[in-house]
Write a protein that binds this ligand. Sequence first.
Ligand code: GTP
Ligand code: MG
Ligand code: ZN
Length: 361
Amino acid sequence: MQLPDAARHDLTALGWPDDATVRATLAALPDGRIARVCAQHRSGYIVATASDREFPVQALAAWTRRDCAPEARAVVGDFVLLDPQRDQVVALLPRRSLLQRAAAGESFRRQPIAANVDAVFVVSGLDADFNPRRLERYLVLVRACGAEPVLVLTKQDQHPAVDAEAALAAIAAQGVAIHRINAKDPASVAVLHPWLGPGCSVALVGSSGAGKSTLTNTLLGTQKMKTAAVRAHDAKGRHTTTHRALIGLPQGGVLVDSPGMRELKPTGTESVERGGFEDIEALVGQCRFRDCAHGSEPGCAVRAALEAGTLDAARLANYCKLGEEVAAAAEGFAAQLLRKAEGSARARSRQQRHLHKYGRK
Ligand SMILES: Nc1nc2c(ncn2[C@@H]2O[C@H](COP(=O)(O)OP(=O)(O)OP(=O)(O)O)[C@@H](O)[C@H]2O)c(=O)[nH]1
Ligand SMILES: [Mg+2]
Ligand SMILES: [Zn+2]
């Protein structure tokens, strides 16, 4: 099916980028309707098509099976092909990116957050909830998914100064854009427009109370998402947003607003070095010994930087902690795959023995 130009144009309003690879994918598609997943429900999805309607559709039967890997199912942001006659998903289209974390409590199950996003706004209030170590953690996960991370620091109108300039400068030095805004003020959020527009998709992540829904409403120009004041004593949010939702913007493109995250564990696919710690990685490369533990070894460039005050000890500790978490998650995930493979091999040999004994019925 060759989509007419008008339909292709409408798809960019849904965040479908109009580049050569995508045009080739479109041209190769069989007859059907392309839709984008706006929300996920227990039994199916809410999707939007180029004609801008939102409606419920049924999931593929394979996705409802318990052993279906979470990343094999459609998630918010995915493009799917619908049956031409019925409101039923028939295929998941190839993804450009998939933002994911390890499921809370279970380190070895991956939990997709949003698919096909070009940028991720890591939203954080400049209030008492501000935590540079948490921001570094977000950057590691976002960098691993292939989307561009952008730090969006909200509540600048209430908290113009924050005591973390060194940590922010280190993040900016890794090429990450940082913007301080008042999420309630349209003029202030205009600095984010370069990431928005036809064919662009942006996911908002961050703790509860950070201002993700406030920012969504300001960019949208209407109070679509519910927001709520944070607790006075510690500035923690109240988990106001409870479902992930894809929202079309008036200028084209989409935003994905998410519930605030309590826990953000790596999946084991990340690279801490490329996740915003390139400077520490470069120092490690300058240590005299390849297996330097940065303790009492002579010629340790990491310790020298700590002593010279050019490297922050808390940031170094976070780099080490995140590295250990990524390695443990990768190991746990591999062990789980192995257990699954052994389980199915045992089941196959049981079946073979059964066939041998009783023959095929
Ligand atoms: N003054 C000011 N208040 C803000 C700003 N951003 C958010 N707020 C307020 O912070 C509170 C929490 O904002 P929400 O948008 O509900 O936060 P959220 O990130 O969506 O939180 P969850 O949905 O719980 O994850 C609300 O009372 C907002 O009005 C800002 O830049 N300036
Ligand atoms: Mg919210
Ligand atoms: Zn060293």
